[in-house]
Design a protein around this ligand. Sequence first.
Ligand SMILES: Cc1cc2nc3c(=O)[nH]c(=O)nc-3n(C[C@H](O)[C@H](O)[C@H](O)COP(=O)(O)O)c2cc1C
Length: 313
Amino acid sequence: MKSFTPSEISPRELHKILLSGVAPRPIALVGTADPRGNVNLSPYSFFNAFSSNPPVVAFGPAHRATDGTAKDTYTNLMATGECTISAVTHSMVEQSNLSSCMYPPDVDEFAKAGFTKRPSQDVKPPSVMESPFAMECRLVQMINLAPEIKTSGNMAICRVVRLHVSGSIFNGDVIDPHKIDLVGRMGLSWYVRASGKAVFELPQPHVNGIGIDGLPDHIRKSPILTGNNLAKLAGVERKPARNHDFIKFDASMQAEDFSLELNSGNPYGALYALLTGTPPPPEKLQEKLHKVAQVFLAQDKIEEAWQTLMLPL
Ligand SMILES: Cc1cc2nc3c(=O)[nH]c(=O)nc-3n(C[C@H](O)[C@H](O)[C@H](O)COP(=O)(O)O)c2cc1C
């Protein structure tokens, strides 16, 4: 494990490492306008939402690493206090990337990137029509993160004053991640597509679980069960009682090969093969029971996993 302070490596190296570790980041496609009405559009992945009540987002327009001058987004935002933020979807990612080119301040980056302007209602700069999710924002505070550094980062904290959400991304009253199909920025030039198999659901705990430190030793110290497996087991409010009917198998059950059953995702078959075949030595039996519990956990059958782990050796 390498361990170092930021001052031990160059700002360039630090930038690469920090952005690879703090990832994926959502991308704000920020629209601003100068006081004369020249519009600007640029992507920012130092971006997130920080509160929904009030609705507040922030992004980080750094001063240019080349000469420490302010980016047009920063200058416009400081002059007018207004911006729009459009979400970047997979179908817009190349055009968004194009809008990051360093065009002079009077060049319209909506036009350069081939985006259509959606007129705003409460601020002057337009948002991107091609984006199914856009926000009109007012600057709350611009924080210069290190005034003593010419090329310092800045943090633009903005209040959302209006949202535009396309009906096409809804499933009922919730935004469907597969329909909005967002992309995120990772380190270097890596991106991630936040839809399809990359997206999974993990509801937040609704009870205080017993915790991993509350698991019996033979489970907590298992060489088979992973941290994710243990966390699922530890999410129960109290340790389940043994259910003696758990291994009363159906009369029609037929299973002979433990590994075959396990590998085909059939934990009951694996248990049956294990308990009706020649018994392995206790330490092997424990290992196999943990493997069965792991398959139950992968199927979100927490109670069954517990019952498997509580079987006497
Ligand atoms: C996906 C992506 C994310 C970016 N994120 C940031 C960022 O968080 N902060 C930043 O200062 N520049 C970021 N950049 C670079 C700016 O978009 C770029 O400097 C832009 O041209 C600034 O333009 P402006 O001078 O017209 O405001 C990013 C570029 C891309 C392609």
